[in-house]
Design a binder for this molecule. Structure first.
Ligand code: MRU
Length: 352
């Protein structure tokens, strides 16, 4: 086994439909669920069978292929209207990850001028989005790893690996690349309450790749940095706005504040499909609120005192000025701001 391996395929297109590795069951069980219709796919995104911004976008694209197949077979005259409804259904499944609407818009553009069966064209586009995402991740891995000094230790947050993308990962791709280059001494993963993407998913991916991983509780991060145990905190993003604000898993902004206080580098790794220049700043982003139960209940057991309620935003906004490095497939931008971002080709909105 080489150090640089990636054997996890969270999204698989087959003739029977879309297969998704059910991330709710990991790491205990590896179950693939088969989805043959778009309603099921929208539900899978909402219920976190699949999660992570790029993976959600790819899944939605394949979901629209399933919709096109069904609507064209059932109603060759009326498929466009029904497909539009399904675009709305998929787009609403999770509101914060911009890759979702970006992927759907890419497919929508391909529909212009189609007279016959739309499914083959949409499938071609969905496959392209999937392949391009893996390629972007590989590039970001190389760009980000180049910034890291040999002998460094890093902390990562949430899950940004093969499970969250088409393959390889964003922040975890940088960690994979840096590890393959022999640069990393230690990888820490933060548990990531309430859904435990770090403990369940990132740890699972790294252990599979034989990259040693040490878990910390989320509230240990500041102390880890105070002790100079890490040189970089590396995260992904669900959306980056025109001014460079980063919207990512709830808790990311606290990490960035700690990084600045303790002199630890804060690196954000996100493909251009995650850039949304139609929004001026993070304050304008629709932050997904999820069910209280995710906070109040753990492993099917209520842990919170009876009568307590919960506030459960899934994401937060890290101000651009706290980001030391933004890594995209186009390269590394240090101390990103509006002017520096303007050279990038965003998934949404216009550059410049
Ligand atoms: O709620 P999730 O698990 O979908 O949140 C995922 C994240 O916050 C990731 O950091 C982000 O999507 C980037 S993943 C490549």
């Amino acid at each position: 086994m080489t150090k640089d391996t990636d054997t996890i395929h969270t999204i698989r297109w087959t003739d029977a439909g879309l297969e998704l590795l059910d991330q709710r069951d990991l790491p205990r069980e590896e179950n693939y669920l088969l989805f043959a219709d778009v309603t099921g796919v929208a539900g899978a995104i909402r219920d976190m069978v699949v999660r992570g911004a790029p993976a959600i976008g790819i899944t939605a694209a394949y979901g629209l292929v399933l919709a096109a197949r069904q609507h064209y077979a059932e109603s060759p005259q009326d498929w466009r209207r029904r497909l539009d409804e399904d675009i709305g259904l998929l787009a609403a499944a999770r509101p914060t990850a911009v890759n979702l609407v970006w992927a759907l818009q890419r497919l929508q553009h391909r529909l212009a001028g189609i007279t016959g069966d739309p499914a083959p064209v949409l499938l071609e586009e969905a496959r392209a989005i999937h392949a391009e995402d893996i390629e972007a991740n590989r590039r970001m891995g190389a760009h980000g790893a180049a910034v890291i000094d040999a002998g460094s230790s890093v902390l990562t947050y949430c899950n940004t690996g093969s499970l969250a993308t088409g393959g390889y990962g964003t922040a975890l791709g940088v960690i994979r690349s840096a590890w393959a280059a022999g640069k990393l001494q230690q990888v820490y993963a933060s548990e990531t309450r309430p859904w435990l993407q770090g403990a369940r998913l990132t740890a699972w991916e790294l252990v599979r790749d034989r990259i040693p991983v040490t878990l910390i509780t989320d509230n240990a991060a500041g102390y880890l940095m105070q002790g100079r145990r890490v040189q970089w905190v590396i995260t992904g993003a669900d959306r980056v706005t025109a001014n460079g604000d980063v919207i990512n898993k709830i808790g990311t902004s606290s990490l960035a504040v700690n990084c600045r206080h303790y002199g630890v580098g804060f690196m954000v790794v996100a493909p251009c499909s995650t850039l949304d220049f139609s929004l001026d700043s993070g304050a304008l982003v629709d932050i997904e609120q999820r069910a209280d139960a995710e906070v109040l209940v753990l492993a099917d057991r209520r842990i919170a005192a009876a009568g307590a309620t919960a506030w459960n935003p899934a994401f937060d906004v890290t101000p651009a000025e706290l980001v030391d490095c933004l890594v995209t497939e186009q390269g590394v931008i240090r101390a990103p701001d509006r002017a520096k971002l303007a050279v990038l080709e965003p998934g949404f909105g216009n550059s410049g």
